[in-house]
Every structure is written in structure tokens, then in C-alpha cells.
Design a protein around this ligand. Structure first.
Ligand code: SF4
Length: 637
């Protein structure tokens, strides 16, 4: 028996609400979560509209397994046309909201129109109401979540925007709890533009039952046994993702420091995971049904930031607000983490824009007249804190930065050369792309813009035997991460692999950090069978991943994205500008354009997209069943 997935179409213009049930055909093709979101976005949005137009839709979509007691089955994807890039927007979030939404009766909310006055959307016991949000407007994200719990009780879970989303900062994010962030591509801006301050799910219908409860439970137990044997999982439990900073910066040596002018940052003792764990961690805050619990709470006990409390910070926050800005002290980073979470600002875009502004200021392209008197220099934590506040509240120089990278590239000469970005989105990961070639390709072709969460081929760093790589990827792949050989194939495969985690609603921390053999397409097929009651072969499951990437590619292709948009930033094709402190063997490493071109050809050919343009071929669209007429929803009455 197939587990149904219900979608509510909410039109804020006329306040109409229409519940529907997704057809089996759609579920078979996209499974859930990001997959269904991307399909709905492609088919419900006219090409070429302005992302802040009322016609744009905000889609909230829980994974197919989200809400079941599975392995990290907590995740939810928020999608829409991105106000930041003007292209595909989506962001994934953990915590407890996804499970609560499912328990409250819906897997998806598709929201169109604009509310004339701020509202919050209340989902409870299979019903949806639009409520007046004037009491919430102006509060930060954490205050908003607490206010909602006071009003509806502890079981009420919410997605909220902060002051940044209210003011339509282009890279505002959607938050849940203290630090769960749907960070990328400005979904908080879109929510603010629609006049939605929060979405509340009461989730009091009980836990979601899988299609085959006994089998699903036994399989979950089996998977957790395998996960617990993985060498790195205990480290996540102890240090969160903060320890990745150590691996990427200090072990592999591919961090980004000083806006990526260097990849070495020797002033790193204070921002170590050990310092964080020993002196600041106060407890844990795991997502729904997560037996790993990588999320830690922290508090600063003394000094100028005494009393600051939040959760995290993640590796990305440490890397972006640490070395990327030349900051080597942990406490300012903990303060900044609290600020961006409260205001609801995306970490990667905020930090990359500030880093870029510092470099431009240092080179004299912009001066104090532009910054409103702020002196911009590396390691100036006070200036960074001031700028974050100004961005969120859209004051002075902050208002300029709040317009986002796409707009700034038209205003400041040399901006495009100084920012690491792709498809108008600043790079999500504070890692230098010169070294791991597959990693560079994955970032460059990512359908939502420069992004490590679409593929992130972590196994590249493990030096696995080539016979094993051949078995995994189905073709010749070099085990040398500096090599280009077979890396188009690696990314083609990883995109499907990561896509399935998003479709199922599972945490990609497992995708990226478990060694081969824990998860594969056969495991996904079993989870789909026991979880939602669909029989698919591992090959058919792989095709689900291809379908997700291809429908997203169709979305951006009709907005004008072509092959020339699938290259990393120009600076990665040259050696580092500063090299002091960099591992000698990597000192002159850079991307080679001809080799990158070949890697891109291989990637397109495997996807069966046109090699000249990067547009999916008509026969590919037909084979994957991506024509509109085949994908319909049934009225749920
Ligand atoms: S591993 Fe961490 S981020 Fe992933 S589901 Fe668990 S607590 Fe959440």
C-alpha cells in the first residue's frame, strides 16, 4: 500500500486553500522532498517571472520518509525561484518542523500570491488557517519561535523569518529553532515578500507510520548498526561538524582564507573544535529521529560577548566567519553565529559578500564614502558585526550588500572577479576548488548555483582503490583527487546519490561521511519499499536522482543557463595569490580549462544532455517522463 502524500495549494491573494493528493506517478518519479518540490516548481511557474512577483511560489516539502522513525528522517526542502540568483532556489532544513508538518496532515505546501498584511500559516489536524502576524512582525527568529510555543504549546513547531527576511534581504534564510537554517538562495526573502512571518505545524496527529512498520523498524536498526561502526560518526557526536574545519584546513589544506587569496590560515588554534567542545559546549539538540546528534548548544560565559547562547557553529560558519575574513578568534564567531541565526541571514552569502567588500576596499575600488565610514580590513571582528547588523536592518552600506551578489556585480567594477560564485550564488562551502577536481565540477554544475550540497564527493579524499571506484561508479575513475580522469562520472553519480537523501528526507551528513557500503541505491530501494510501499529496482531509484537533477536543469535552462555558466570562478584557473603557509606540493595547483572542459563533456554525456549547450536532450526528457501531461495531481476534496 502506497503511503499518500498530500499537498495544499494556498493562494494568499484570495486566501483560498486547495488540498490535493499527489498521484502515484509523481511519487514513483520523484519520491518526495526536493524531488517533488523541483517538479512542482518547474510545472507551476511560468519562465521569466521576477522572483519577487506574486506569481512566484514558495514550496515547503517534507521528504518521503520524514516523520517516520527512521535514520535521520527529519529533513524538509523549501523551494521557489530564487530572489538571490534569479534562478533555481531551494534550501534544506532539519530539526522537528518536517515531522510536525507531516503529522499535521500535509507533506507539501505550495504558496502563491502576496498577503496584504503579515500573516502566519497554521497547519493543524489536516486543516490550514491564515492568522494575523502583527504580534510577531519585528521579532527575531528565535523570539518568534518562542512566541509561537507560548501561544500554542511546546508541540508547535515553526519556520520563521527574522528582520532580514522581513526587509527582503536577498539572501535571507528561513529558520527553525535556534539554528536550523534553510540557508541558501534567499527563501527567507521570498517568504518575507509574500508577507509570511511564520509557518506553524501543530503535529499532534501522532507519529507517521511506515507502509511496513516491522520491516522498516528492523531495517532502521540494521542501518544504525552499520553507521555506528563508521570511524567518523563518533567524532561528529563529540564535536559536531566543527571538526571538519580541522580536516579541510589543517589536514587537506584546501580551506579558503582572506576571501580565498590564500588557503592557509596558521592563526587557527583558538578556532579549534577542541576549544569549542571543552570551553563552550553545554548540551545537545538533535533533529527528529537522529541517533547521531551532531548539533551542540553553546554558551559564552565571560568577556565582551558573555551570555551569548545558541547552537553550532557548523564547519561552514567557522570557515566563513573565521579564515575567509581573517578572523582567528572563536568568541566573535560564536557571537556572529548567534546574530546571523537571529536575523535570519545565510552564512555563506553574508560572509562571501563581506570578504569581497574587504578585498575591494583594500584595493581601493571602494572607500569610506561607500562603506559609510567603516574601515574594512582582514580580522576586524567589530566591523564584521556592525556590517551584519546593517545588512539585516538594511541600513547604510548594509543596504547595498543586502541586494546580493547578482546586483552588486552590476554596481562595482571588478566585483565578479573577486567573488567565488556560480550562477549568481556565492560559494556555499569555504573550501578552495583548485585541488579536488571532482569537487570543483560538482560546485560548478550545481543546479542552484555554486554549491557543495548537490554532490560533495567526499570519497575522493579517501584514496580508495580504483577497482572499488569502478564498481561504485560503473566506469574508470582515477583515485587521485588532483586528477580529472573520470570525475565527470563521479559527479553524475553523486548528484543522484545526494538527490535521494533529499527526496527521502534524510540527512546528507551521512551521505558525505559514511564510507561506501553503508548507503547505496539498493538501500534506498529497501527504504522506499518498507517506508512508503513502492517497489523500485536500484536502477530505477538511480533514475529518480537523474530525474531530479534533470528537471532542475530544465528549470534553469529555460531561464537561460548554458554550458558557459558551468565553470567555477575565474580565480580558480590561476594559482593562489598568496602562498605563504600553503603545502608546497599544492602551491601552484590550479584548474586547467581544457581538462575542465573534458570533465564537463563527460558529465553532460552521462546525463544525456546536449554537450554544446548543457540543455537536456528531448529524448532524455521523454525517457525520464518529464513531460507535463504525465504528471498530474488528484483533487483531495
Ligand atoms: S546528523 Fe546532525 S544535522 Fe543531521 S539529522 Fe542528526 S542532528 Fe540533524
Amino acid at each position: 500500500m502506497l503511503i499518500q502524500q498530500k499537498v495544499a495549494y494556498i493562494n494568499l491573494n484570495d486566501r483560498s486553500i486547495s488540498p490535493q493528493i499527489l498521484s502515484e506517478d509523481i511519487i514513483r518519479k520523484f519520491i518526495g522532498g526536493r524531488g517533488i518540490n523541483s517538479y512542482l516548481l518547474y510545472h507551476h511557474l511560468a519562465p521569466g517571472i521576477d522572483s519577487l512577483d506574486a506569481e512566484n511560489v514558495l514550496i515547503i516539502g517534507a521528504g518521503a520518509l520524514t516523520g517516520m522513525r527512521g535514520v535521520t528522517t527529519a529533513r524538509l526542502t523549501i523551494s521557489g525561484k530564487s530572489p538571490e540568483s534569479g534562478l533555481l532556489g531551494d534550501a534544506n532544513i532539519g530539526g522537528h518542523f518536517g515531522a510536525a508538518l507531516k503529522k499535521a496532515g500535509f507533506s507539501y505546501l505550495v504558496i502563491s500570491g502576496v498577503s496584504p498584511a503579515p500573516v502566519y500559516i497554521l497547519v493543524s489536524e489536516g486543516k490550514i488557517a491564515l492568522e494575523d502576524a502583527k504580534d510577531l512582525w519585528g521579532k527575531d527568529t528565535i523570539e518568534s519561535g518562542e512566541f509561537i510555543k507560548e501561544r500554542y504549546g511546546k508541540g508547535a513547531q515553526s519556520l520563521t523569518i527574522g528582520q532580514a527576511g522581513e526587509r527582503q534581504v536577498r539572501f535571507a534564510c528561513v529558520m527553525h529553532g535556534k539554528k536550523n537554517a534553510a540557508g541558501r538562495s534567499g527563501m527567507g526573502c521570498l517568504m518575507g515578500a509574500k508577507g509570511i512571518k511564520a509557518i506553524v505545524a501543530m503535529g499532534d496527529n501522532g507519529e507517521i507510520s511506515p507502509a511496513f512498520p516491522e520491516e522498516f523498524k528492523a531495517y532502521t536498526k540494521e542501518l544504525y548498526q552499520k553507521i555506528n561502526d563508521e570511524f567518523i560518526i563518533e567524532t561528529f557526536r563529540n564535536y559536531g561538524t566543527a571538526h571538519l574545519y580541522d580536516i579541510i584546513n589543517n589536514t587537506i589544506g584546501m580551506g579558503r582564507a582572506y576571501n580565498g587569496l590564500n588557503s592557509a590560515f596558521p592563526e587557527n588554534k583558538d578556532i579549534s573544535p577542541e576549544n569549542l567542545a571543552e570551553n563552550y559546549y553545554t548540551g545537545k539538540s538533535p533533529c527528529f529521529s537522529c541517533g547521531i546528534a551532531c548539533k551542540h548548544a553553546y554558551k559564552i560565559k565571560e568577556g565582551p560577548f558573555a551570555g551569548t547562547e545558541n547552537e553550532g557553529p557548523e564547519y561552514g560558519t567557522i570557515g566563513h566567519f573565521g579564515p575567509l575574513l581573517g578572523i582567528g578568534r572563536l568568541e566573535p564567531i560564536l557571537k556572529i553565529n548567534d546574530l546571523v541565526n537571529r536575523y535570519g541571514l545565510d552564512v555563506s552569502s553574508t560572509a562571501n559578500l563581506i570578504a569581497c567588500a574587504i578585498e575591494l576596499f583594500q584595493e581601493g575600488v571602494i572607500d569610506k564614502d561607500t562603506t559609510g565610514g567603516i574601515d574594512l580590513d582582514w580580522g576586524e571582528e567589530k566591523a564584521v558585526i556592525e556590517l551584519i547588523e546593517k545588512i539585516a536592518l538594511r541600513e547604510g552600506f548594509g543596504d547595498l550588500l543586502a541586494r546580493g551578489a547578482r546586483e552588486l556585480s552590476k554596481m562595482w567594477q571588478g566585483f565578479s572577479d573577486k567573488i567565488a560564485w556560480g550562477k549568481y550564488l556565492p560559494q556555499s562551502d569555504p573550501a578552495d576548488l583548485r585541488y579536488m577536481k571532482a569537487y570543483a565540477l560538482g560546485n560548478a554544475v550545481a543546479t542552484r548555483g555554486s554549491d557543495h550540497l548537490r554532490s560533495r564527493p567526499t570519497w575522493e579524499a579517501f584514496n580508495l582503490p580504483e577497482e572499488q571506484l569502478q564498481e561504485i561508479y560503473g566506469g574508470q575513475v582515477s583515485s587521485d583527487y588532483l586528477s580529472y580522469e573520470g570525475k565527470g562520472r563521479v559527479i553524475w553519480w553523486w548528484e543522484s546519490y545526494a538527490g535521494l537523501f533529499d527526496a527521502l528526507g534524510m540527512c546528507k551528513l551521512l551521505a558525505f561521511h559514511c564510507l561506501p557500503g553503508v548507503f547505496d541505491f539498493e538501500v534506498f530501494a529497501n527504504l522506499i519499499k518498507w517506508g512508503i510501499g513502492l517497489e523500485l529496482s536500484p536502477q530505477e531509484v538511480f533514475e529518480v536522482g537523474e530525474r531530479i537533477t534533470t528537471v532542475e536543469r530544465m528549470f534553469i535552462a529555460r531561464e537561460g543557463v548554458r554550458r558557459e555558466d558551468d565553470f567555477p570562478s575565474e580565480r580558480y584557473f590561476k594559482p593562489l595569490k598568496w602562498t605563504e603557509g600553503v603545502d608546497e606540493s599544492l602551491k601552484d595547483e590550479k584548474l586547467d580549462r581544457e581538462c575542465f572542459d573534458e570533465m564537463l563533456n563527460e558529465y553532460y554525456q552521462l546525463h544525456k544532455w546536449d554537450v554544446e549547450t548543457g540543455i537536456p536532450l528531448p529524448e532524455t526528457v521523454e525517457k525520464l517522463g518529464l513531460g507535463k501531461e504525465e504528471l498530474t495531481v488528484q483533487d483531495a476534496g
